[in-house]
Structures are given as C-alpha cells and as structure tokens.
Design a protein around this ligand. Structure first.
Ligand SMILES: *Cc1c(COP(=O)(O)O)cnc(C)c1O
Length: 442
C-alpha cells in the first residue's frame, strides 16, 4: 500500500509516511485506496492482536515492517481495551475504556504503535533520532512513555511551565535518560513555534535528526482503528447487529480512525463525534465555511482545538461539506453540559467519567429516543477520570482513586530543564541536555 498527501503529489511508502509524519507539501498522508475486508475474513480472529493483524496487513503490504507486524502489535496492545456495560438514562450502552495504558489515555495506543514502528525503521548508525514534541499536557506524556528507553531515539518534550496540571507535569518529567523535559517559560503556542523553527532549521535538523510524533502521523491513526474493529466484531458475533459509536473529538484523529474501520468493512453503523465548545466541526457540517478559529478553553482540555487538522483527511477521503453528513454526525457539548453529565452519570451508575468522555455520553443522551433505544451504542472513554481530578472530584463529591499505572508514575523522580522560548536556548538544551545532566529540576 502506498500513501498520498491530502494535497496531491507522489505516493510514498508506509515507511516514508511514518518517518516524515507530515508530507513535504504540508498535507497529511492518507492511504492511496482504502482496502475492503469482508467480515468473514475475521472469523478466525480470537484476540485484538489477531484482528489487528488482519486489518493492518493490507496497509503494511510492501513495507519493510510487514514481517514484524505481529511483534509491533504485541508491543502496542500490551494493556486491555475493554468494553464495560453502562446503564444510563433509559438505555444500556457499552463504554469503550481506552485508558488502561501507561499514561491512562487513548493516545497511549497511537504513540506506542508509532514508537514500535519508528524504532524498527530508523537506521541509528547516523546518530540518534530526536523526536520533538510540543504539548499542552497530554500528548507529550504519551509520546515520552512510548519512546522511553528505546535505543537510538531521544525525545524532547516542550510544555508550557505552570500551565499544565500537577499530574500532567509529573507525566511529562518522570521518564528515563532519553527523554528531555523542557519547561518552556511561555505558552503552548510558544512551544509549538519553537518546534516548528527547530525543524525548519537545516543545521539543527542535521545535528539532531528531528522527527515528530504528533497526532497527524498516519502511524498514530492506523492502530486507533483496531479497537473499533475489535469492539464491533465482538458485538456483531454475539448479536448479529452493527455497533453505533460516539467518539469525543478534538483533532478528529480518533474519529477518522473509527470511520476508516467502517470503510474497510467492519460492522459499524452511525458514527457521532462529540466536540466540546470548540464547535467548528459541527458548524461546518451544518453548512458554514471552514475557517480556523482560536481555541476556547474548556473542561475537556485535550479537545480544545480551533482548527482540527484531520478534517483535511476526512475531506480528502470522503468529500466536502454536505457529502460528509452521510459519513458522520457532530454535536457540541459545552462546559455546563459536561459538568451535568459527569454528575448525572455518577448519580445513575456510580461510575466517574472524565470531561472528554462526558461529551460522548451527553451526545448520546441528546440523540432521538428511538435512535438510542433501537440501536446498540458504544461510547468512547478517552481518559481515566483521575487525570482530571480537579474537575471531576468536586462534581461527584468523592475522590477518584488513581489507577495503578498513574500511581507508579506519580512516585518517580521528576526532572526537567527550564527553557526560555527562543531557538538558541533550545539548541543549547538539546546539545547539553542529554549528557547525563538532565536534572536541573527546580
Ligand atoms: C487527544 C484527546 C482527545 C481528542 O482526540 P482527537 O483524536 O484529537 O480527536 C479526546 N480525549 C482525550 C482524553 C484526549 O487526550
């Protein structure tokens, strides 16, 4: 399988798409043609990894990684992704728990898979590869965890000092020697601008061999289709019915993965994306023009995206404007509704949900009663509520226990270097930071 940029140009191999992340023309890589796989082909698949192998084989055809796909998948899917029943309102839905990985959010799946691929692709003989990540909180932790202790690869995580939660800060600064945590004295935009200038700087690029692991990399998207494939096949084999799915959405990555799984032929019915108050997707599907907006801060902070980058993928795969209404529905859930939903779900079930997950649950509640009752629904839980305890705990009136993985991380020593937001300081930090002296923590 070859991959093309959403903006045209020549097709490249999967290996190139994985290493480049973003296409040279600024576009996003999409498969040249989406394969179809009849449901029957999965009949012998018993585990998530079996399903993943069948699903991903056509995408990996011709890649140097094809022979190693099983091992890549075994490394990626090393934590459970269970569906638990949720009895809310007048219905019975499934909750797809994507938060049992190292940093307790679904990005662990994509980051883990990408790390497993890149560590196999890179020829470390020319010196280590440096993965540069700007993060507003969550992505950086998942990427650092995924690349932690992989030989021949270093990670530099840039985050805005003082603008991430205490638990997020710990998840950004607790890793091993190949992870450099840079507490930028500025905003998330400053972090992003620094990463962009560093990558555009030929000297720095040659010295550090930069690569990115951001969410537009096709290697983050593909593995996310797997949990939808597995959940829908499991449901279909026990009920003979398709699964309808609600996905909390920021950059549309997780949602495009779900749409891709349906396109390949998995038994998935309606797909609803739930945004927070950043409602560009919703307004676009209602007929407004697509114009990037400033992002609005909400309780579901990992979805505070003013210009969702994966819309470009969606349009390139499925068409513009109106045509997309057949592909996906979108609902915007504001902070008031998020708060109400966290309270209500807890009151009805005793289960605490995170603010992102709450957008999906509320979007489901807002569906037509018949649509809710007559179809089978899966709601996606993207993060563990303990990651957002300052929002969730006051609403439900009780503490949310930390899951084991987060307990472990919280006890590790924290190390970071403060960084002024200028390129010379970054260059200096990248040069000196890895020589065993990472611990300028203050
Ligand atoms: C990143 C993130 C989202 C949004 O996912 P996209 O793929 O960007 O749509 C939702 N919830 C959580 C917890 C996240 O970390």
């Amino acid at each position: 399988m070859r991959f093309v940029s959403t903006r045209g140009g020549d097709a490249v191999s999967l290996d190139t798409a994985l290493l480049e992340g973003i296409a040279p023309d600024g576009g996003l890589y999409v498969p040249e043609g989406v394969p179809s796989i009849p449901v029957g082909e999965f009949s012998s698949a018993d585990s998530l990894i079996d399903v993943a192998e069948i699903f991903l084989s056509p995408f990996f055809a011709g890649s140097t990684l094809a022979a190693d796909l099983h091992n890549i998948l075994a490394e990626t899917f090393c934590f459970p992704l269970p569906v638990s029943p949720l009895s809310i309102g007048d219905g019975n839905v499934g909750l797809l728990e994507l938060f049992h990985g190292p940093t307790a959010a679904f990005k662990d799946v994509g980051a883990g898979f990408l790390a497993a691929c890149i560590s196999r692709l890179d020829d470390a003989s020319t010196g280590p590869l440096t993965i540069l990540v700007a993060t507003s909180g969550d992505t950086g932790g998942a990427v650092a965890a995924a690349f932690n202790e992989r030989t021949g690869i270093r990670v530099a995580v840039l985050y805005p000092d003082g603008r991430v939660s205490a638990r997020q800060a710990q998840q950004l600064t607790c890793w091993g020697n190949n992870v450099l945590s840079l507490a930028v004295q500025g905003t998330f935009d400053d972090c992003q601008a620094l990463v962009k200038s560093a990558m555009a700087d030929p000297e720095m690029s040659a010295e550090h061999r930069f690569s990115s692991a951001n969410s537009i990399n096709i290697g983050r998207l593909l593995p996310q289709a797997i949990y939808y494939a597995y959940a829908s096949l499991t449901h279909f084999s026990s009920s003979g019915r398709p699964l309808n799915i609600v996905v909390p959405t920021g950059n549309l990555g997780n949602a495009v993965a779900c749409i891709l799984a349906r396109q390949v032929g998995l038994p998935i019915g309606d797909i609803v994306v739930a945004t927070n108050a950043n409602r560009l997707i919703v307004d676009y599907l209602k007929g407004q023009e697509w114009h990037a907006r400033d992002s609005i801060q909400t309780h579901a902070s990992a979805m505070d995206v003013g210009n969702p980058s994966n819309m470009e993928r969606l349009r390139s795969l499925f068409g513009e404007g109106d045509a997309l209404n057949d592909v996906v529905n979108a609902v915007s859930i504001d902070d008031v509704a998020i708060e109400e939903e966290i309270r209500q779900t807890h009151a009805e079930t005793g289960i605490a949900i995170c603010p992102h997950t709450a957008t999906a649950v509320r979007a489901w509640r807002l569906l037509d009663e018949r649509v809710r009752r007559d179809r089978d629904w899966l709601l996606v839980a993207t993060a563990h509520p303990a990651k957002f305890e300052t929002i969730v705990e006051p609403l439900i009136g009780e503490p949310v226990p930390l899951p084991q993985e987060l307990q472990r991380i919280m006890k590790l020593p924290s190390r970071f270097t403060r960084l002024n937001p200028d390129i010379a300081a970054l260059s200096e930090a990248l040069r000196s930071g890895y020589n065993g002296d990472l611990s300028k923590a203050g």
